[in-house]
Design a protein around this ligand. Structure first.
Ligand code: PMP
Length: 285
């Protein structure tokens, strides 16, 4: 596999980052994951805009190569022959040659930019979408700026492990009695014809897939309500689903052991998945 590190395309076993890199030592970094379908990038503009915002919120300089990111993504897709899969991008504050809590001088220490591809044939036709996933609920104990897409992913990883241990696929996190989001996705319920998902704030990641799906839902005359909901409300809903760049729209059929609706994927989630895949593929670059 060919990967990208600070201006160079290299075989993955020749790519190097310093042990002093603040991404490695302090999780001082941000990332994006963009899907590839039909050899093209899905929602690239949205991911680039959010990356720019994450960097600005953390007072981190744009890495060298920022203006060429579309070209870099495309070149990695080409070099690795990706038809369906993902591109992972990470920017960290770089390697000051030691360890200090204070940010290094940005004139001296430049950000590190790394990209690599993940080949996932059959991503769009994922059979899991036909049967749905099961989630557990866990307390949301993450920091208070979840709108910044940092590489600080230890608790979401622990949440995923708690879900696996419980025989489930993922965890929905709960704060002050209301669902914030999934470990790596935004959470939704459907009641009648209304799609309900938590409003944007510092408490959740502003999903790129979320923005697109809500836009498509409104264009299809579905009603959207942005507000917090509880696990009990979700268990009593007609449908539930998640969205993310790598799962698109994925039905949730069980929450803490309780079936949602009939316990089978719902029509709204199936329809939104179809619309999202169709429309975002048309707009892919
Ligand atoms: N919330 C969290 C916590 C996430 O990690 C992700 C995916 N990275 C999302 C939501 C979904 O965001 P997107 O649709 O941009 O992939």
């Amino acid at each position: 596999r060919t990967v990208y590190v600070n201006g160079d395309y290299l075989p993955e076993n020749e790519a190097k980052v310093s042990i002093f890199d603040r991404g490695f030592l302090m999780a001082d970094g941000v990332y994006e994951v963009t899907s590839v379908l039909g050899g093209k990038l899905i929602d690239f503009g949205g991911h680039l805009a959010r990356l720019e915002r994450s960097l600005a919120e953390l007072d981190m300089d744009k890495p060298e190569g920022f203006d060429d990111l579309l070209e870099i993504h495309r070149e990695l897709v080409r070099l690795n022959g990706i038809e369906e899969g993902m591109i992972y991008l990470q920017v960290t504050r770089g390697a000051p040659g030691g360890r200090d809590f204070a940010f290094p001088d940005p004139e001296v220490t430049k950000p590190t930019l790394v990209l690599f591809t993940q080949n996932k044939p059959g991503l769009a036709a994922n059979p899991v979408a036909k049967k749905g996933i099961k989630v557990i609920s866990i307390e949301d104990i993450r920091w208070g700026r979840r709108d910044i897409k940092t590489v600080q992913l230890l608790y979401p990883s622990m949440g995923k492990m708690m879900a696996k241990k419980a025989g489930c696929d993922d965890a929905w996190m709960v704060q002050d009695g209301a669902v914030t989001e999934g470990t790596s996705n935004n959470a939704y319920i459907v009641k009648g014809n209304k799609i309900i998902t938590r409003q944007l704030s510092h408490d959740i990641l502003h999903g790129i897939t979320r923005a697109a799906v809500l836009r498509f839902a409104q264009e299809a005359q579905m009603e959207v309500e942005e507000r917090a909901f509880t696990i009990a409300e979700a268990q009593a809903a007609d449908e539930a689903f998640i969205t993310s760049a790598s799962t698109f729209v994925m039905p949730v059929v069980e929450i803490d052991g309780a079936k949602v609706g009939t316990g089978a994927p719902g029509n709204v989630a199936a329809r939104l998945r179809e619309i999202y895949l169709d429309e975002s593929l048309k707009a892919a670059v």
